[in-house]
Design a protein around this ligand. Structure first.
Ligand code: F6P
Length: 379
């Protein structure tokens, strides 16, 4: 009965390792298990709006499992409900959702599988209300999507960040310096916390816990007193000092989430050097974290997500997103995810482990114990 099903596939938002693995899994499962036809849209929702697509067969996904990026291309600016068009040097924004619906219908699609982060899933949730049958798949190096224990892309980014921290350790030690390493992650500290733990960071600063500069410097001084005259500080791009502000690198006017973070590490390094007199250097890992070959973990997770998304489509279970719960791949309603951010909980076992190891989270231990008992705002 499903033999004639036609499914669309797109990858939206910032790229991450594992996108090609998920494309391959969707195409192979759709063809092998159900004899479906798969249409791949180029550059996220832009392809569905502008009618740019290609039919994906098994040949087109051959040899892509280990490749970073996405063979379909992606965009973090193509919102069908608020699509930017440059007119006389100024952007105007148009609701092009009716064109999406028309293209979907003209191609005779039964379902759209949208791989993306919160922006992509928010658009999918809107399109579902217009009659498009969507199945979502979560991806992002930020690991900040609600409803899933992990997104693919995160593990690969962690490996890149950890390798970088390992390398910075040796040079920090040789030169007796403080090294500030800034990682992406937007408003959630998963990458900073994971990489900080895996890389043996001495201080980990995450957006969820605004830091006190004196506490940061005390940790560095204490290490020096113990003869460890170097320190590694891992900071998430969305972190800020208590009473301070996040650092905005640029505003991308045409993006649904216009703020691009970055640069807090320079402020922090200047303060550390000024207050401790320890020579301090900055490394911003930036988009390096989004590149390269996916780790085995991400290849497997992306593959499992891709297979499950096709099974959901075949069972006509639309309006859902696949998620990881413990070791199991399940699905939840798309509307439970759209527009929300999963932050690191104050009582996270990762934070507890960091504290047990003597890692500073940038606030006193009394303050963090107090925070652990307080309700946390989730945006
Ligand atoms: O969401 C993924 C991410 O890499 C964030 O960690 C980062 O803040 C943002 O995308 C960067 O976006 P852009 O590629 O537009 O600079």
């Amino acid at each position: 009965m499903n033999k004639s099903m036609r499914i669309g596939l797109l990858t939206g938002g910032g790229d991450c390792p594992g996108l090609n693995a998920v494309i391959r899994a969707v195409v192979k499962t759709a063809i092998n298990d159900y004899g479906m036809t798969v249409i791949g849209f180029m550059d996220g929702y832009e392809g569905l709006i502008l009618n740019r697509y290609t039919t994906l067969d098994k040949n087109s996904v051959s040899g892509i499992l280990s490749r970073g990026g996405t063979i379909l291309g992606t965009s973090n600016q193509a919102n069908p409900f608020n699509f930017p068009i440059l007119q006389n040097d100024t952007y105007v924004y148009l609701d092009r959702s009716s064109e999406v619906v028309a293209n979907y219908e003209r191609l005779g699609l039964d379902c759209l599988i949208a791989v993306g982060g919160d922006g992509t899933h928010a658009a999918s949730a809107g399109l579902e209300k217009l009659g498009i049958q969507v199945v979502g798949i979560p991806k992002t190096i930020d690991n900040d999507l609600v409803g899933t224990d992990q997104t693919f892309g995160y593990d690969s980014a962690l490996v890149t960040a950890t390798e970088a921290i390992d390398k910075l350790h040796t040079t920090a030690q040789s030169h007796h310096r403080a090294m500030v390493v800034e990682v992406m992650g937007r408003y959630a500290g998963w990458l900073a916390l994971g990489a900080g733990l895996a890389g043996g960071g001495d201080i980990i600063l995450i957006p969820e816990i605004p830091y006190e500069i004196e506490v940061v410097c005390d940790q560095i001084r204490e290490r020096n007193r113990l003869g460890k005259n170097f320190s590694i500080i891992v900071i998430g791009e969305g972190a800020k000092a208590q009473g301070g502000d996040i650092v905005i690198k640029r505003i991308v006017e045409t993006s649904p989430d216009a703020i691009r973070l970055g640069g807090i590490s320079y402020q922090l390094a200047a303060q550390i050097e000024g207050l401790t007199r320890l020579e301090t250097r900055v490394t911003v890992l930036g988009h390096l974290l989004r590149g390269g070959s996916p780790t085995p973990y991400d290849r497997i997770l992306a593959t499992r997500f891709g297979c499950e998304a096709v099974h959901l489509a075949a069972q006509r279970k639309f309006g859902r997103i696949v998620v990881l719960k413990g070791q199991c791949v399940e699905s939840i309603l798309l509307e439970e995810v759209a527009g929300k951010t999963r932050k690191v909980p104050f009582d996270s076992p990762l934070i507890r482990s960091a504290l047990s190891l003597g890692v500073s989270m940038g606030v006193t231990s009394e303050r963090i114990e107090e925070m652990m008992t307080q309700p946390q705002t989730v945006a």
